[in-house]
Design a protein around this ligand. Structure first.
Ligand SMILES: C[S@@+](CC[C@H](N)C(=O)[O-])C[C@H]1O[C@@H](n2cnc3c(N)ncnc32)[C@H](O)[C@@H]1O
Length: 452
């Protein structure tokens, strides 16, 4: 049985209300509702895609939709009831950003939803606003890109102004536009071959047989990019532990750490275990990887992943990494600090994350990142290796942290990170990957060695 198109819009509205009213995360709220519909056997693939497009699009474009709506309203949008506001946003998104939806359908269906969730007055209001927008799109005038590049890029490409201000200052307007455009795309699924159980060519063949369209990654020797696949959870190769879902830039980190069989390695911020399991596999299931995290419930995911992948050289421990040095002083051959960060390099993965962050995090997080790095460094044996990584693009969390650390810890020195890059070699001592130029998640990686 398939859902009628307007039922799909109603499901999208429900999810958007949940996100706005209850602060639900977009991906979690959407998956919950889709699974509920699927369990009742009421959702076709086409509907699932349409609902996802409506929810993610409306959430991503939220500030722009509100600004567009203001051209057709005589009172502030904040004075409109939340559910009606969301009906208007959904309608505007379809009118202006979904070419395949006829304007009449976008308006009529919004009116139908308002009949259900509003009253006679709001029905007239929604009808008037959306039909006016459909008739007179020229009322929407974007800021001049030359005179107001920040405002223009923020509205046109759905990003907060504070972030655009930073990126325009660092990258210039043209590169900032490319980055924002990339952040609005959906990344393909990338996976890491579990080399303890299979090889990449074998897995590629197995996935092809399972109906996955895939190709080899240029970035990591275990990486495979999947462009089309039946539901991930339906793949027997996943259940058999033949691969782990992981972005390509995240795979690069374990190679730069370069773990060796038999070593003792600490992954200080390890959950849910993407890099821990990679390190363990590179050690060919020998030695020990101690994967610590402040949250025990996240470490349970690390253990689940390790067990599915058949890795027995991983131990987990819940602790605050700021205190790591009191437990493992000078004990580890290598330590990875994949620090908690703002996640500004992975905005394309979560449509609402750009609106949940404020510039304040760039003042708060560096204190924690520095404290974890300093403590983790004291666990490295003389001659051992320390790697610091984040999935962000901002210097306060990246280069500044490493430089400040090196100033007070002269026994550590930077090594050329690029020489450990398995695929694309580059000379950088502090590697910053960018989505728009590298085609992978934005990541920062620095490799250091302790002399004595
Ligand atoms: C970027 S994520 C790690 C991702 C992980 N390395 C992977 O590849 O799957 C950062 C982790 O740091 C953890 N964390 C945050 N504050 C911490 C602290 N003070 N001590 C230890 N872990 C912390 C978070 O719970 C989160 O799991």
């Amino acid at each position: 049985m398939t859902t009628k198109k307007n039922d799909a819009r109603e499901i999208a509205l429900k999810v958007i209300n949940d996100i706005e009213t209850n602060g639900a995360y977009a991906n979690i709220a959407l998956n919950r509702e889709i699974n509920r519909q699927l369990s009742q056997g009421q959702l076709s693939d086409q509907d699932r895609r349409f609902i996802t497009e409506l929810v993610y699009g409306t959430v991503k474009a939220g500030a722009t939709l509100d600004w567009m709506l203001s051209s057709y309203l005589s009172r502030p949008l904040t004075k409109v009831a939340p559910v009606i506001r969301n009906i208007l946003r959904l309608g505007m998104y379809q009118l202006f950003f979904l070419e395949k939806v006829p304007a009449s359908a976008a308006c009529n269906q919004a009116v139908e939803l308002t009949k259900k969730y509003g009253h006679a007055g709001t029905v007239k209001f929604v009808n008037g606003v959306l039909r006016n927008a459909a008739r007179s799109p020229e009322k929407i005038v974007y800021p001049d890109p030359d005179k107001q590049p920040v405002q223009y890029l923020a509205l046109k490409y759905f990003h907060p102004e504070w972030l655009i201000t930073r990126w325009v200052a660092r990258l210039g307007a043209a590169a900032c536009q490319e980055l924002c455009q990339l952040n609005n795309t959906t990344p393909p699924l990338s996976i890491r071959t579990n080399t303890v159980k299979t090889s990449r060519p074998e897995l590629l063949q197995r996935l092809t047989d399972e109906g996955v369209t895939c190709e080899l990654s240029d970035w990591a020797p275990e990486g495979i990019i999947c462009y089309g696949h039946p539901g991930l959870n339906t793949l027997a190769s996943l259940r058999a532990g033949l691969f782990q879902v992981q972005d390509e830039s995240s795979m690069v980190v374990a190679h730069i750490l370069d773990p060796q069989p038999g070593e003792f390695i600490i992954d200080a911020c390890g959950a849910p275990g993407g890099k821990t399991t990679h390190i363990a596999a590179l050690m060919n299931n020998t030695g020990k990887v101690l994967s610590t995290d402040i949250y025990e419930h996240k470490l349970a995911l690390t253990r689940e992943n390790a067990s599915r992948l058949g890795l027995t050289n991983i131990e987990t421990r819940a602790l605050d990494a700021v205190n790591l040095d009191s437990m493992y002083p000078l004990k580890a051959d290598r330590v990875l600090v994949d620090a908690p960060c703002s996640g500004l390099g992975v905005l394309r993965r979560k449509p609402d994350s750009r609106w949940r962050k404020t510039e304040d995090i760039l003042q708060d997080l560096p204190r924690l990142q520095s404290a974890i790095l300093a403590s983790a460094a004291r666990c490295v044996k003389p001659g051992g290796v320390l790697v610091y990584s984040t999935c962000t693009t901002e210097p306060e969390e990246n280069q500044d942290i490493v430089q400040a650390f090196l100033q007070v810890q002269p026994q550590f020195s930077l090594e050329t990170t690029g020489q450990y890059l398995p695929g694309k070699k580059r000379p950088a001592t502090m590697l910053q990957l960018w989505p728009h130029t590298d085609g992978v998640d934005g990541f920062f990686i620095a490799r250091m060695r302790r002399q004595n």
